[in-house]
Design a binder for this molecule. Sequence first.
Ligand SMILES: Cc1cc2nc3c(=O)[nH]c(=O)nc-3n(C[C@H](O)[C@H](O)[C@H](O)COP(=O)(O)OP(=O)(O)OC[C@H]3O[C@@H](n4cnc5c(N)ncnc54)[C@H](O)[C@@H]3O)c2cc1C
Length: 316
Amino acid sequence: MNEATNDRNGTYDVVVVGAGAAGLNAALLLGRARRRVAVIDAGEPRNAPAAHMQGFLSRDGLPPATLLELGRAEVQRYGVGLIRGRVERIDPGFEVRMVGGPVLAARRILVATGLRDELPGIPGVRERWGKDVLHCPYCHGFEVRDQPLAVLGTGPGAVHQALLLRDWSDDVVFFQHTLEPAAEDRERLEARGLRIVEGRIEHLAVDGDRLRGVALADGRVVLRAAAFLFPRMVPHDGLLTGLGCEKDANGWVASDRTGRTSVAGVWAAGNVVDPRAQVVTAAGMGSAAAFALNNDLLDEDVAGAVARHRAAGGAR
Ligand SMILES: Cc1cc2nc3c(=O)[nH]c(=O)nc-3n(C[C@H](O)[C@H](O)[C@H](O)COP(=O)(O)OP(=O)(O)OC[C@H]3O[C@@H](n4cnc5c(N)ncnc54)[C@H](O)[C@@H]3O)c2cc1C
């Protein structure tokens, strides 16, 4: 990444935190709108463990890192500054403070810092995450279609995931582990033709670079080609809450359809405010935020111009 320049008056129109799909797409539009923009990124996109990114029209199957590489090259064409580093705090006004680095002044802020997937502590899960331990049937279901699949009952959402996955394979086993399904859920799983296996999972059995199966505490190993689980998704929203942004009833920072938060001048886009956003959705949220940010800046620019015009005796 190159160093950003903010030489016109020392203040950026927009500082974007996070250069995933959300942040980069916003920067692309803002750069094309001739705004002074810097994007600061710590270089840890959520889907980095996956070899391929699926479901993005015209980019289906591209390595995730390649999409971001292309995006960074595109925004640089419009003069957007890319800075590698981590933002530790944003002060009102706005002053963007990087860990061990400079302080950037900005008129507006877009936070696109994504989320963290908190994985269960079952040995093997972290190592196989994004390879053959997966969470999203829409992202990876097609690649493991018609294969023996596992759903690990590690948290809420697992029953729905299992019911859904049945459309990708007729051999789906639901491992209860710590999530004993209610009678009604058990009936729904069985009605869909899923097998339910009781007992604690001890570890995932791995052969070389492939999942072999699910090993249970009683010694059984159930052979499976891929396993799905529903991680706890924790937003990287510390910068937003630090600025005083309000949360919704579900504990996520609240924002409107353009990403505008409850704090004037602060927008958010992508997984940091929406755990359901896929890459294409996150990019779209970045685009919507860019439109709104640019209009907000325009309102301020026009108000300033009118005030100066009047002061110069322009008003009748
Ligand atoms: C294993 C896996 C596979 C996936 N596969 C697919 C798929 O095939 N198709 C699909 O559509 N979706 C997929 N997803 C979902 C996809 O990862 C998200 O939709 C997407 O990453 C959201 O983009 P984002 O811009 O909101 O966040 P991210 O891509 O996570 O980008 C956020 C960026 O902000 C940076 N950041 C965070 N905090 C700071 C800070 N304080 N200072 C500076 N920078 C910071 C991070 O380092 C990161 O680079 C997958 C997810 C996982 C976990």
